[in-house]
Design a protein around this ligand. Structure first.
Ligand SMILES: [Zn+2]
Length: 464
């Protein structure tokens, strides 16, 4: 089925959601007060020549990407909570970071160690297991497996290491105990443990959340903005032993521990979708600042925009308005269409699938057709007169141009604009005729375009 008919087949269910008031007076005062106390420090090390949108910085100005060691760039990526199929919004985030990771390696010579944490124990997993009368781990294992399949089908490079929450519980317990010892967390009478927001003021305003949603249901907390580090198990829930009682970890502490286990007290890059920026990443940082007694646990936070269905509603499992990756791929003429769609949108921006789908389909067809024609000429099946100098000149302009685009906060869509220009130059650089001529320019064109597609993780050109 062609993707142009895709929109007609999917019935979008768009629930009405109400966002909390954008900025409370209290929050604004807090941000103003504490924003002044901490400023991002540019790291020392290898300047990659790339400028990035670092979420620590509220200005539009891009920051130079400096890594400690180009041969060992550390990158922590928040992984999925495995309670359902992954949707296209997740796929887009992982695809965009996959292209960025490949660019860093292929065009800038950086070797990347990436770690991803998988949340395989959580309220949502417990609720689903109870709903379907299945084991908690059965649910988690099933959807971890479908996540892995989705990533493979999208040709997303696996991280250097995956770590599951249930495999690192002793580390989480030790980490929490350390924060308690440092008086930045406290245990309640019910055996819950909370991170003490007021003890971490300086850390808390680092990523500046867009709003704060107080959890007023937890009356035993000292302060509404304290977050859960350890949750006491209710009857029938899975639990692990800890000095303060049987239970399971809170969400934010999982990533703090996994990332610290692998990379210690300083990480080059940390990524996730923009909805993780606050409170998840903010509290991850605050907890690690408390544990490591450091000023800057992560040097760069990169966040992707949302994939939206319509209007301003993001695609979300919890909102029930999502399209599963597996369904999208079944409907696609080629799995690279989603990667191409992501490549045509700046990773930091929100985008709607429907907005550029037709444009991407047309581009996909014209690039496939051009490559096929070049291969026919290059193999002698079609005779043509080739203007090699003209094609070579266009290739030079393209290759210089895309490096500049990648240096500009990984502007992949701009690089694709340059690819379109190159395609036009190639098309006008040969004329099909009866007599054969040399095919040097065409062979170079195939090499350059396929190399570009390979470097960004595309595979469709291998099937032409
Ligand atoms: Zn995380």
């Amino acid at each position: 089925m062609l993707l142009s008919t895709y929109r007609m087949r999917i019935r979008w269910h768009v629930p009405k959601i109400i966002f909390p008031s954008a900025f409370s007076q209290e929050r604004l005062l807090h941000l103003k007060k504490h924003k002044e106390k901490w400023t991002w420090t540019m790291p020392q090390g290898h300047d990659t020549g790339i400028k990035v949108k670092n979420s620590y910085l509220s200005t539009r100005k891009l920051a130079p990407l400096i890594v400690k060691d180009p041969n060992y760039v550390t990158w922590y990526a928040c992984g999925p909570t495995v309670y359902d199929h992954s949707h296209v919004g997740h796929g887009a985030t992982y695809l965009q970071f996959d292209m960025i990771r490949r660019i860093l390696t292929k065009y800038f010579g950086l070797n990347i160690a990436m770690v991803m944490g998988i949340t395989n124990m959580d309220n949502k997993i417990i609720n689903r297991a109870l709903l379907y009368d299945k084991g908690f781990m059965e649910i988690a294992d099933t959807y971890e497996s479908t996540f892995m399949d989705d990533m493979k089908n999208l040709n997303i490079l696996p991280p250097t290491s995956f770590l599951r929450v249930t495999d690192v519980i002793p580390h989480i317990v030790d980490f929490i105990q350390d924060i308690i010892n440092k008086k930045q967390a406290y245990v309640t009478g019910n055996g819950n443990v909370y991170f003490d927001y007021n003890s971490a003021h300086q850390s808390i305003a680092k990523l500046m959340g867009e709003y704060f949603e107080p959890d007023i249901s937890m009356k035993e907390k000292r302060f509404e903005k304290d977050v859960s580090l350890w949750k006491t198990a209710r009857p029938g829930e899975p639990y692990w032993d800890a000095p303060w009682g049987k239970g399971r970890p809170g969400w934010h502490i999982e990533c703090s521990v996994i990332a610290s286990m692998c990379f210690g007290n300083n990480i080059d890059i940390h990524t996730g979708a923009t909805d993780l920026r606050f409170p998840h990443h903010e509290y991850e940082v605050a907890q690690c600042d408390a544990y490591h007694r450091c000023q800057q646990w992560v040097n760069y936070f990169l966040h992707t925009g949302h994939v939206k269905v319509t209007g301003d509603v993001k695609m979300s499992k919890s909102l029930g308005n999502f399209v599963r990756i597996v369904d999208f791929l079944n409907d696609c003429q080629d799995p690279d269409i989603l990667r191409l769609l992501c490549a045509h949108n700046k990773y930091t921006k929100n985008f709607k699938i429907s907005d550029k789908l037709s444009e991407v389909e047309i581009f996909f067809a014209s690039l496939t057709s051009l490559l096929k024609q070049c291969k026919d000429i290059g193999s002698g099946r079609i005779k043509a007169k080739v203007n090699t100098p003209r094609i070579e000149q266009a290739i030079q302009v393209f290759e210089k141009g895309i490096i500049k685009d990648f240096q500009d906060d990984f502007n992949i869509s701009q690089a694709f604009t340059k690819l379109r220009k190159l395609m036009k130059q190639i098309e006008t650089g040969f004329v099909v005729q009866d007599a054969p001529s040399d095919v040097v320019g065409v062979i170079k064109a195939i090499f350059v375009i396929e190399n570009f597609l390979d470097n960004l993780g595309f595979t469709f050109h291998k099937r032409i």
